[in-house]
Design a binder for this molecule. Structure first.
Ligand code: PLP
Length: 449
Protein backbone atom coordinates (compact mmCIF):
# COMPACT_ATOMS: atom_id res chain seq x y z
CA UNK A 1 0.00 0.00 0.00
CA UNK A 2 1.10 3.52 -0.81
CA UNK A 3 1.03 4.76 2.78
CA UNK A 4 3.36 1.96 3.90
CA UNK A 5 5.78 2.65 1.07
CA UNK A 6 5.76 6.35 1.89
CA UNK A 7 6.43 5.69 5.56
CA UNK A 8 9.37 3.41 4.73
CA UNK A 9 10.66 5.96 2.24
CA UNK A 10 10.47 8.76 4.79
CA UNK A 11 12.18 6.58 7.42
CA UNK A 12 15.14 5.39 5.35
CA UNK A 13 15.54 7.23 2.09
CA UNK A 14 17.35 10.55 2.28
CA UNK A 15 16.28 12.23 -1.00
CA UNK A 16 18.30 14.66 -3.12
CA UNK A 17 16.99 18.24 -3.34
CA UNK A 18 14.09 17.50 -0.99
CA UNK A 19 12.99 18.99 2.31
CA UNK A 20 12.85 15.95 4.57
CA UNK A 21 10.43 17.62 6.96
CA UNK A 22 7.94 18.24 4.15
CA UNK A 23 8.36 14.63 3.09
CA UNK A 24 7.58 13.39 6.58
CA UNK A 25 4.33 15.39 6.57
CA UNK A 26 3.25 14.47 3.06
CA UNK A 27 4.72 11.31 1.57
CA UNK A 28 6.44 11.22 -1.79
CA UNK A 29 4.46 10.18 -4.84
CA UNK A 30 5.43 6.60 -5.70
CA UNK A 31 5.99 6.15 -9.45
CA UNK A 32 5.59 2.54 -10.49
CA UNK A 33 5.79 2.30 -14.29
CA UNK A 34 5.94 4.42 -17.43
CA UNK A 35 5.30 4.32 -21.15
CA UNK A 36 5.90 7.00 -23.79
CA UNK A 37 5.25 10.32 -22.05
CA UNK A 38 3.06 8.74 -19.36
CA UNK A 39 3.92 7.83 -15.78
CA UNK A 40 1.79 5.66 -13.52
CA UNK A 41 1.80 6.00 -9.73
CA UNK A 42 0.97 3.52 -6.98
CA UNK A 43 -2.59 4.83 -6.78
CA UNK A 44 -3.19 4.16 -10.47
CA UNK A 45 -3.04 7.79 -11.69
CA UNK A 46 -1.82 8.33 -15.26
CA UNK A 47 0.43 11.37 -15.18
CA UNK A 48 1.78 13.22 -18.22
CA UNK A 49 5.50 13.86 -17.71
CA UNK A 50 6.17 17.40 -18.87
CA UNK A 51 9.75 17.17 -17.58
CA UNK A 52 11.01 13.89 -19.15
CA UNK A 53 12.09 12.82 -15.66
CA UNK A 54 14.90 15.27 -15.00
CA UNK A 55 15.06 16.56 -18.61
CA UNK A 56 16.48 13.25 -19.74
CA UNK A 57 14.01 10.70 -21.12
CA UNK A 58 14.28 12.06 -24.66
CA UNK A 59 13.17 8.85 -26.43
CA UNK A 60 10.24 8.35 -24.02
CA UNK A 61 9.65 5.59 -21.47
CA UNK A 62 9.16 1.89 -22.03
CA UNK A 63 11.48 1.20 -24.97
CA UNK A 64 12.04 -2.57 -24.84
CA UNK A 65 14.90 -2.34 -27.36
CA UNK A 66 16.99 -0.57 -24.72
CA UNK A 67 16.16 -3.18 -22.07
CA UNK A 68 17.13 -5.97 -24.48
CA UNK A 69 20.46 -4.33 -25.35
CA UNK A 70 21.23 -3.92 -21.63
CA UNK A 71 20.42 -7.57 -20.90
CA UNK A 72 22.51 -8.80 -23.84
CA UNK A 73 25.47 -6.62 -22.82
CA UNK A 74 25.25 -7.78 -19.20
CA UNK A 75 25.44 -11.39 -20.35
CA UNK A 76 28.33 -10.80 -22.71
CA UNK A 77 30.53 -8.31 -20.84
CA UNK A 78 28.83 -6.71 -17.82
CA UNK A 79 31.86 -4.66 -16.89
CA UNK A 80 35.33 -3.84 -17.92
CA UNK A 81 37.28 -0.65 -17.53
CA UNK A 82 38.89 1.64 -20.06
CA UNK A 83 42.02 2.49 -18.01
CA UNK A 84 45.58 1.33 -18.74
CA UNK A 85 45.24 0.64 -22.47
CA UNK A 86 42.15 -1.55 -22.44
CA UNK A 87 38.90 -0.87 -24.25
CA UNK A 88 35.74 -2.66 -25.43
CA UNK A 89 33.27 -2.50 -28.29
CA UNK A 90 30.45 -0.50 -26.62
CA UNK A 91 32.79 2.34 -25.58
CA UNK A 92 34.47 2.39 -29.00
CA UNK A 93 31.18 2.41 -30.88
CA UNK A 94 29.55 5.04 -28.68
CA UNK A 95 32.55 7.40 -28.84
CA UNK A 96 32.56 7.07 -32.64
CA UNK A 97 28.80 7.73 -32.85
CA UNK A 98 29.06 10.82 -30.64
CA UNK A 99 31.95 12.12 -32.76
CA UNK A 100 29.77 11.60 -35.87
CA UNK A 101 26.93 13.67 -34.37
CA UNK A 102 29.11 16.37 -32.75
CA UNK A 103 30.41 19.51 -34.51
CA UNK A 104 33.09 18.65 -37.09
CA UNK A 105 36.04 19.93 -35.01
CA UNK A 106 35.18 17.64 -32.04
CA UNK A 107 36.24 14.01 -32.34
CA UNK A 108 37.16 12.65 -28.91
CA UNK A 109 34.99 11.72 -25.94
CA UNK A 110 35.99 11.27 -22.28
CA UNK A 111 33.30 9.23 -20.50
CA UNK A 112 31.80 9.72 -17.03
CA UNK A 113 28.60 8.50 -15.41
CA UNK A 114 26.87 11.86 -14.98
CA UNK A 115 26.90 15.51 -15.94
CA UNK A 116 28.45 16.47 -12.61
CA UNK A 117 31.34 14.06 -13.06
CA UNK A 118 31.81 15.29 -16.63
CA UNK A 119 32.06 18.89 -15.45
CA UNK A 120 34.58 17.85 -12.79
CA UNK A 121 36.54 16.27 -15.63
CA UNK A 122 36.31 19.59 -17.50
CA UNK A 123 37.83 21.54 -14.62
CA UNK A 124 40.84 19.23 -14.65
CA UNK A 125 40.99 19.15 -18.46
CA UNK A 126 41.11 22.91 -18.99
CA UNK A 127 43.66 23.42 -16.20
CA UNK A 128 45.76 20.62 -17.62
CA UNK A 129 45.46 22.14 -21.12
CA UNK A 130 47.11 25.37 -19.95
CA UNK A 131 49.72 23.52 -17.87
CA UNK A 132 50.83 21.61 -20.95
CA UNK A 133 50.96 24.92 -22.84
CA UNK A 134 53.34 26.21 -20.17
CA UNK A 135 50.82 28.51 -18.45
CA UNK A 136 49.96 26.77 -15.17
CA UNK A 137 48.62 29.99 -13.63
CA UNK A 138 45.74 29.99 -16.14
CA UNK A 139 43.28 28.10 -13.94
CA UNK A 140 40.28 30.32 -13.12
CA UNK A 141 37.02 29.30 -14.75
CA UNK A 142 34.33 31.92 -15.31
CA UNK A 143 30.72 30.76 -14.95
CA UNK A 144 27.34 32.43 -14.36
CA UNK A 145 25.17 33.12 -11.37
CA UNK A 146 22.11 30.87 -11.47
CA UNK A 147 23.82 28.47 -13.88
CA UNK A 148 23.68 24.77 -13.01
CA UNK A 149 26.54 22.39 -13.67
CA UNK A 150 25.89 19.59 -11.21
CA UNK A 151 26.10 18.74 -7.58
CA UNK A 152 29.61 17.43 -6.92
CA UNK A 153 31.96 19.94 -5.28
CA UNK A 154 33.33 20.86 -8.72
CA UNK A 155 29.99 20.99 -10.53
CA UNK A 156 28.31 22.78 -7.64
CA UNK A 157 31.09 25.38 -7.56
CA UNK A 158 30.85 26.02 -11.31
CA UNK A 159 27.11 26.43 -10.89
CA UNK A 160 25.85 29.72 -9.60
CA UNK A 161 23.22 28.46 -7.16
CA UNK A 162 23.85 30.15 -3.83
CA UNK A 163 22.05 27.55 -1.66
CA UNK A 164 24.40 24.90 -3.09
CA UNK A 165 27.47 27.03 -2.33
CA UNK A 166 26.10 27.55 1.17
CA UNK A 167 26.03 23.77 1.76
CA UNK A 168 29.73 23.12 2.17
CA UNK A 169 31.44 25.95 0.29
CA UNK A 170 33.11 26.09 -3.09
CA UNK A 171 36.35 24.96 -4.65
CA UNK A 172 38.91 27.64 -5.49
CA UNK A 173 39.39 29.30 -8.86
CA UNK A 174 35.78 29.82 -9.94
CA UNK A 175 34.40 33.28 -10.71
CA UNK A 176 30.75 34.10 -11.48
CA UNK A 177 29.25 36.77 -13.74
CA UNK A 178 25.59 37.77 -14.30
CA UNK A 179 23.08 35.65 -16.19
CA UNK A 180 21.29 36.84 -19.36
CA UNK A 181 17.83 36.83 -17.75
CA UNK A 182 16.22 39.87 -19.39
CA UNK A 183 12.75 39.25 -17.90
CA UNK A 184 13.92 39.45 -14.29
CA UNK A 185 16.99 41.66 -14.52
CA UNK A 186 16.85 43.62 -17.79
CA UNK A 187 15.22 46.79 -16.42
CA UNK A 188 14.43 49.33 -19.15
CA UNK A 189 16.88 47.88 -21.66
CA UNK A 190 15.83 46.01 -24.78
CA UNK A 191 16.62 42.28 -24.62
CA UNK A 192 19.34 42.79 -27.23
CA UNK A 193 21.02 45.58 -25.24
CA UNK A 194 20.82 43.50 -22.09
CA UNK A 195 22.25 40.44 -23.85
CA UNK A 196 25.30 42.48 -24.85
CA UNK A 197 25.65 43.98 -21.39
CA UNK A 198 25.67 40.57 -19.72
CA UNK A 199 28.05 39.06 -22.28
CA UNK A 200 30.46 41.96 -21.78
CA UNK A 201 30.65 41.13 -18.08
CA UNK A 202 32.84 38.28 -19.31
CA UNK A 203 35.24 40.76 -20.89
CA UNK A 204 35.31 42.88 -17.73
CA UNK A 205 35.96 39.80 -15.58
CA UNK A 206 38.82 38.64 -17.83
CA UNK A 207 40.38 42.12 -17.65
CA UNK A 208 39.98 42.26 -13.87
CA UNK A 209 41.25 38.75 -13.17
CA UNK A 210 44.00 39.10 -15.80
CA UNK A 211 43.80 37.02 -18.95
CA UNK A 212 46.94 35.20 -17.82
CA UNK A 213 44.87 33.70 -14.98
CA UNK A 214 41.72 32.72 -16.88
CA UNK A 215 41.41 29.21 -18.31
CA UNK A 216 37.85 28.98 -19.59
CA UNK A 217 34.26 30.14 -19.61
CA UNK A 218 31.43 27.67 -19.02
CA UNK A 219 27.74 28.17 -19.82
CA UNK A 220 24.62 26.25 -20.72
CA UNK A 221 23.34 27.33 -24.16
CA UNK A 222 20.00 27.73 -22.36
CA UNK A 223 20.10 27.74 -18.55
CA UNK A 224 17.90 24.81 -17.59
CA UNK A 225 17.65 24.38 -13.83
CA UNK A 226 17.97 28.18 -13.52
CA UNK A 227 14.48 28.44 -15.05
CA UNK A 228 14.87 27.90 -18.82
CA UNK A 229 16.48 31.29 -19.33
CA UNK A 230 16.75 31.73 -23.10
CA UNK A 231 19.44 34.35 -23.73
CA UNK A 232 18.75 37.34 -26.00
CA UNK A 233 20.00 36.86 -29.59
CA UNK A 234 23.02 39.12 -28.98
CA UNK A 235 24.40 37.10 -26.06
CA UNK A 236 26.16 34.05 -27.50
CA UNK A 237 27.80 35.79 -30.49
CA UNK A 238 29.33 38.30 -28.07
CA UNK A 239 30.50 35.57 -25.66
CA UNK A 240 32.04 33.71 -28.58
CA UNK A 241 33.79 36.89 -29.77
CA UNK A 242 35.24 37.55 -26.31
CA UNK A 243 36.47 33.96 -25.83
CA UNK A 244 38.18 34.17 -29.22
CA UNK A 245 39.66 37.62 -28.60
CA UNK A 246 41.25 36.54 -25.30
CA UNK A 247 41.98 32.96 -26.37
CA UNK A 248 40.13 31.33 -23.48
CA UNK A 249 38.42 27.96 -23.78
CA UNK A 250 34.65 27.78 -24.14
CA UNK A 251 32.79 24.93 -22.46
CA UNK A 252 29.17 24.46 -23.55
CA UNK A 253 27.34 22.49 -20.88
CA UNK A 254 24.83 20.60 -23.02
CA UNK A 255 23.70 18.13 -20.38
CA UNK A 256 20.13 19.29 -21.08
CA UNK A 257 20.40 20.93 -24.50
CA UNK A 258 22.27 18.00 -26.09
CA UNK A 259 20.65 15.18 -28.07
CA UNK A 260 17.73 16.92 -29.68
CA UNK A 261 16.23 19.04 -26.93
CA UNK A 262 16.53 22.32 -28.87
CA UNK A 263 15.62 20.87 -32.28
CA UNK A 264 19.22 20.11 -33.29
CA UNK A 265 21.52 17.38 -32.02
CA UNK A 266 23.30 20.06 -30.00
CA UNK A 267 22.25 23.44 -28.62
CA UNK A 268 25.62 24.74 -29.85
CA UNK A 269 24.24 24.38 -33.38
CA UNK A 270 20.99 26.14 -32.45
CA UNK A 271 22.93 29.11 -31.01
CA UNK A 272 25.84 28.94 -33.47
CA UNK A 273 28.44 28.40 -30.73
CA UNK A 274 31.83 26.80 -31.44
CA UNK A 275 32.86 25.24 -28.13
CA UNK A 276 36.17 23.65 -27.15
CA UNK A 277 34.42 21.18 -24.85
CA UNK A 278 30.79 20.02 -24.71
CA UNK A 279 29.45 18.43 -21.51
CA UNK A 280 26.94 15.64 -22.16
CA UNK A 281 24.78 13.28 -20.05
CA UNK A 282 20.99 12.84 -19.62
CA UNK A 283 19.58 12.51 -23.18
CA UNK A 284 22.67 10.59 -24.31
CA UNK A 285 21.03 7.42 -22.96
CA UNK A 286 17.57 8.99 -22.54
CA UNK A 287 18.18 8.39 -18.84
CA UNK A 288 17.99 4.58 -19.22
CA UNK A 289 21.58 4.28 -17.92
CA UNK A 290 23.77 6.73 -16.00
CA UNK A 291 26.27 7.95 -18.59
CA UNK A 292 27.83 11.30 -19.43
CA UNK A 293 31.02 12.73 -20.76
CA UNK A 294 33.04 15.52 -22.31
CA UNK A 295 33.35 15.91 -26.07
CA UNK A 296 36.72 17.46 -26.85
CA UNK A 297 37.82 19.62 -29.75
CA UNK A 298 40.77 18.27 -31.68
CA UNK A 299 42.88 21.08 -30.21
CA UNK A 300 42.02 20.24 -26.57
CA UNK A 301 42.49 16.50 -27.14
CA UNK A 302 45.86 16.99 -28.85
CA UNK A 303 47.27 19.45 -26.30
CA UNK A 304 46.23 17.37 -23.27
CA UNK A 305 47.61 14.21 -24.91
CA UNK A 306 50.94 15.98 -25.53
CA UNK A 307 51.31 16.20 -21.77
CA UNK A 308 51.39 12.40 -21.46
CA UNK A 309 49.08 10.45 -19.18
CA UNK A 310 45.93 12.32 -18.12
CA UNK A 311 45.63 11.50 -14.42
CA UNK A 312 41.86 11.35 -14.22
CA UNK A 313 39.12 8.73 -14.64
CA UNK A 314 36.21 6.92 -13.08
CA UNK A 315 35.72 3.20 -12.51
CA UNK A 316 32.64 3.52 -14.68
CA UNK A 317 34.14 5.71 -17.43
CA UNK A 318 32.78 4.06 -20.57
CA UNK A 319 30.78 1.42 -18.68
CA UNK A 320 29.88 -1.20 -21.32
CA UNK A 321 26.20 -1.56 -20.39
CA UNK A 322 25.69 2.22 -20.21
CA UNK A 323 27.51 2.70 -23.53
CA UNK A 324 25.57 -0.07 -25.28
CA UNK A 325 22.26 1.39 -24.13
CA UNK A 326 23.27 4.94 -25.08
CA UNK A 327 24.33 3.74 -28.53
CA UNK A 328 21.01 1.99 -29.09
CA UNK A 329 19.20 5.12 -27.88
CA UNK A 330 21.04 7.24 -30.47
CA UNK A 331 20.32 4.66 -33.19
CA UNK A 332 16.62 4.72 -32.35
CA UNK A 333 16.58 8.51 -32.31
CA UNK A 334 18.19 8.57 -35.75
CA UNK A 335 16.01 5.81 -37.21
CA UNK A 336 12.84 7.42 -35.92
CA UNK A 337 13.89 10.97 -36.85
CA UNK A 338 13.25 12.20 -33.32
CA UNK A 339 15.27 15.41 -33.71
CA UNK A 340 13.36 16.27 -36.90
CA UNK A 341 10.10 15.56 -35.05
CA UNK A 342 11.09 18.17 -32.44
CA UNK A 343 12.07 20.78 -35.03
CA UNK A 344 9.28 20.30 -37.55
CA UNK A 345 6.29 18.94 -35.64
CA UNK A 346 6.33 19.15 -31.84
CA UNK A 347 8.02 22.54 -31.51
CA UNK A 348 5.79 24.55 -33.89
CA UNK A 349 2.66 22.84 -32.57
CA UNK A 350 3.52 23.45 -28.92
CA UNK A 351 4.92 26.93 -29.52
CA UNK A 352 1.58 28.29 -30.80
CA UNK A 353 -0.21 26.93 -27.73
CA UNK A 354 2.54 27.80 -25.24
CA UNK A 355 2.72 31.41 -26.44
CA UNK A 356 -1.10 31.63 -26.20
CA UNK A 357 -0.74 31.08 -22.43
CA UNK A 358 0.42 34.70 -22.32
CA UNK A 359 -3.30 35.55 -22.37
CA UNK A 360 -3.53 34.14 -18.86
CA UNK A 361 -3.65 36.99 -16.30
CA UNK A 362 -0.68 35.60 -14.37
CA UNK A 363 1.65 34.72 -17.26
CA UNK A 364 4.18 37.26 -18.56
CA UNK A 365 7.03 36.00 -20.72
CA UNK A 366 6.66 32.65 -22.52
CA UNK A 367 9.72 30.97 -24.00
CA UNK A 368 10.11 27.78 -25.98
CA UNK A 369 13.17 26.58 -27.88
CA UNK A 370 12.72 23.10 -29.29
CA UNK A 371 10.98 21.31 -26.44
CA UNK A 372 12.40 23.35 -23.59
CA UNK A 373 10.07 26.05 -22.31
CA UNK A 374 9.23 28.41 -19.48
CA UNK A 375 6.46 30.72 -18.29
CA UNK A 376 7.34 33.72 -16.13
CA UNK A 377 4.55 34.30 -13.59
CA UNK A 378 3.85 37.89 -12.63
CA UNK A 379 1.21 40.07 -10.97
CA UNK A 380 1.88 42.82 -13.57
CA UNK A 381 3.00 41.96 -17.09
CA UNK A 382 3.79 45.54 -18.17
CA UNK A 383 6.13 46.12 -15.25
CA UNK A 384 7.48 42.56 -15.26
CA UNK A 385 6.74 42.75 -11.53
CA UNK A 386 7.50 40.18 -8.86
CA UNK A 387 4.85 38.87 -6.47
CA UNK A 388 4.75 40.33 -2.97
CA UNK A 389 5.05 36.83 -1.49
CA UNK A 390 8.48 35.27 -1.14
CA UNK A 391 9.92 34.24 -4.53
CA UNK A 392 8.72 30.81 -5.53
CA UNK A 393 5.53 30.84 -3.47
CA UNK A 394 3.28 31.28 -6.51
CA UNK A 395 5.39 29.00 -8.68
CA UNK A 396 5.08 26.30 -6.04
CA UNK A 397 1.30 26.70 -5.99
CA UNK A 398 1.11 26.20 -9.76
CA UNK A 399 3.35 23.16 -9.51
CA UNK A 400 1.14 21.70 -6.78
CA UNK A 401 -1.99 22.21 -8.87
CA UNK A 402 -0.21 20.53 -11.83
CA UNK A 403 0.69 17.62 -9.59
CA UNK A 404 -2.94 17.32 -8.50
CA UNK A 405 -4.02 17.45 -12.16
CA UNK A 406 -1.63 14.64 -13.15
CA UNK A 407 0.84 16.81 -15.00
CA UNK A 408 4.51 17.15 -14.08
CA UNK A 409 5.82 20.67 -14.62
CA UNK A 410 8.59 22.08 -12.48
CA UNK A 411 8.82 25.46 -10.80
CA UNK A 412 12.01 27.48 -10.46
CA UNK A 413 11.13 30.42 -8.29
CA UNK A 414 8.08 31.92 -9.99
CA UNK A 415 8.86 30.41 -13.36
CA UNK A 416 7.17 27.26 -14.59
CA UNK A 417 9.21 25.03 -16.83
CA UNK A 418 8.67 22.11 -19.18
CA UNK A 419 10.91 19.73 -21.03
CA UNK A 420 8.78 16.75 -22.14
CA UNK A 421 10.03 13.58 -23.85
CA UNK A 422 10.97 14.49 -27.42
CA UNK A 423 8.57 11.88 -28.84
CA UNK A 424 5.49 13.70 -27.51
CA UNK A 425 2.64 13.71 -30.06
CA UNK A 426 0.41 16.64 -30.95
CA UNK A 427 -2.52 14.94 -29.17
CA UNK A 428 -0.39 14.65 -26.02
CA UNK A 429 0.67 18.29 -26.36
CA UNK A 430 -3.04 19.19 -26.32
CA UNK A 431 -3.48 17.29 -23.05
CA UNK A 432 -0.36 18.87 -21.53
CA UNK A 433 -1.47 22.41 -22.40
CA UNK A 434 -5.05 21.80 -21.25
CA UNK A 435 -3.84 20.54 -17.86
CA UNK A 436 -1.36 23.42 -17.61
CA UNK A 437 -4.15 25.97 -18.22
CA UNK A 438 -6.41 24.32 -15.67
CA UNK A 439 -3.60 24.33 -13.09
CA UNK A 440 -2.78 27.99 -13.79
CA UNK A 441 -6.46 28.93 -13.38
CA UNK A 442 -6.73 27.07 -10.08
CA UNK A 443 -3.51 28.59 -8.73
CA UNK A 444 -4.58 32.07 -9.87
CA UNK A 445 -7.82 31.71 -7.95
CA UNK A 446 -5.89 30.80 -4.78
CA UNK A 447 -3.37 33.65 -5.27
CA UNK A 448 -6.12 36.21 -6.00
CA UNK A 449 -8.26 35.19 -3.03
N1 PLP B 1 24.84 20.37 -16.20
C1 PLP B 1 23.58 20.73 -16.48
C2 PLP B 1 23.34 21.82 -17.47
C3 PLP B 1 22.52 20.09 -15.85
O1 PLP B 1 21.27 20.49 -16.09
C4 PLP B 1 22.79 19.04 -14.95
C5 PLP B 1 21.69 18.37 -14.26
O2 PLP B 1 20.57 18.77 -14.26
C6 PLP B 1 24.12 18.71 -14.70
C7 PLP B 1 25.12 19.39 -15.35
C8 PLP B 1 24.46 17.64 -13.73
O3 PLP B 1 24.18 16.40 -14.26
P1 PLP B 1 24.01 15.14 -13.28
O4 PLP B 1 22.80 15.38 -12.45
O5 PLP B 1 23.88 13.99 -14.27
O6 PLP B 1 25.24 15.04 -12.48
Amino acid sequence: PTAELQALDAAHHFHPFTDRNALAKKGARVITSADGVWLKDSEGHKIIDGMAGLWCVNIGYGRKELARVAARQMEELPYYNTFFQTTHVPAIALAAKIAELAPAHMNQVFFASSGSEANDTNIRLVRRYWQVKGKPEKRTIIARWNGYHGSTMGGGSLGGMKPIHAHGGMIEGIHHIGQPDWWSEGGDMTPEEFGLLRARELETAIEELGVENVAAFIGEPIQGAGGVIVPPSTYWPEIQRICKKYGILLIADEVITGFGRTGNWFGSTTFDIKPDIITIAKGLSSGYQPVGGSILSDDVAEVVAEGGEFFHGYTYSGHPVACAVALENLHLMQEEHVVEHVANVAHPYLKARWDALRDHPMVGETKLVGLMGSLALTPNKEKRAKFAAEAGTVGYKVRERCFANDLIMRHVGDRIIISPPLVITTAEIDILVERAKKSLDEAYKIVKD
